[in-house]
Design a protein around this ligand. Structure first.
Ligand SMILES: [Zn+2]
Length: 303
């Protein structure tokens, strides 16, 4: 039987075309934290995105569960904060998932902290300091300018992994950058009354937010990073609050409120629970909502 070779060529061409369009390479993205799942969604709306943690979980301490291992095994790209935030759990996931693609930043591993300057890098660290962040503070998603730098680098990483869809990634980045920059201007003017305000907070979770808005954290509910507030430490914070210049006590959505509530009751200061990430409250459904909500909640206790 003879097959008309022109038909065959046409058929092969049609198949190739349908493969290119229909089965468009969609990146499979594993995000260590919900803020990076949200950022990936802005930059690659069609990608398959999985967030390993929620805003109600402590991102420093995560169980390397079988479901996480299975998700990482399928990933083309893993997006994490870096600066050692995930040092206690990501290496285990990488080892157990045995997915070479997300083992190295030369390939599909992306650390946000490698694409911007972190605050509070330490020259040297010893154990007496507690569970400190020697590579600088990794909670950088609360600095909108830094997050934009990360977005640019992340978009470039997506292009390098999936060059056929370069145009789509570039247009998503341009769209996000434009909306984000407009939002930054709005947030800065809304948050102007917060400038110079002092707070007591839990851990250095909002270090970048306070830095950006010109606020100051004058006390930390943690006596040392990673340790819960002790009675003696809370008493010293009560003394600090007694100076009368503290606006509020801040906890993040995943943190234990008990120490903050104890201090709030004794000092009369409001306790504000801020979403640590997207999904941390009903208003924080994407990165824009997260910033809107955090600023709204802080303005609500401003006095
Ligand atoms: Zn931390």
């Amino acid at each position: 039987m003879r097959i008309n070779s022109n038909y065959l060529k046409a058929g092969v061409a049609a198949l190739a075309l349908s493969f290119a369009c229909g089965a468009q390479a969609k990146l499979n993205i594993f995000a260590c934290e919900p803020e990076y799942a949200a950022l990936a969604k802005e930059l690659a709306p069609d990608a398959k995105i999985y967030a390993a943690t929620t805003a109600m979980q402590d991102p420093h301490q995560v169980q390397a569960r079988p479901s996480l291992i299975a998700k990482m095994r399928q990933a083309d790209l893993a997006v994490c904060a870096g600066a050692d935030l995930e040092v206690g759990w990501l290496p285990m996931l990488q080892m157990k998932s045995a997915n070479a693609q997300v083992r190295s930043t030369d390939k599909g591993l992306f650390y946000a902290a490698e694409h911007t300057q972190t605050l509070d890098k330490l020259a040297q660290v010893d154990r007496s300091m507690g569970d400190v962040h020697a590579q600088g503070n990794p909670h950088l998603h609360f600095d909108p300018e830094r997050l934009l730098e990360v977005a640019k680098a992340l978009s470039a990483k997506m292009v390098s992994l999936d060059p056929d869809n370069r145009a789509a990634y570039e247009s998503a980045l341009a769209d996000f950058s434009q909306r984000w920059q407009a939002a930054i201007a709005g947030w800065q003017s809304q948050a102007a009354p917060l400038k110079g305000k002092k707070v007591i907070a839990y851990h250095t979770s909002f270090r970048y937010l306070f830095n950006w808005l010109g606020m100051e954290q004058v006390g930390d509910l943690e006596p040392k990073p990673g340790l819960p507030p002790s009675t003696g430490h809370l008493a010293s914070l009560q003394g600090r609050a007694g100076q009368g210049d503290v606006m509020a006590i801040i906890v993040a959505s995943y943190q234990d409120e008990r120490g903050a509530n104890w201090l709030g009751e004794r000092t009369g200061l409001p306790v504000v629970n801020l979403p640590m990430s997207v999904g941390g409250n009903d208003d924080a459904q994407n990165l824009f909502g997260l910033y809107d909500s955090v600023i709204h909640l802080l303005l609500g206790v401003n006095r």
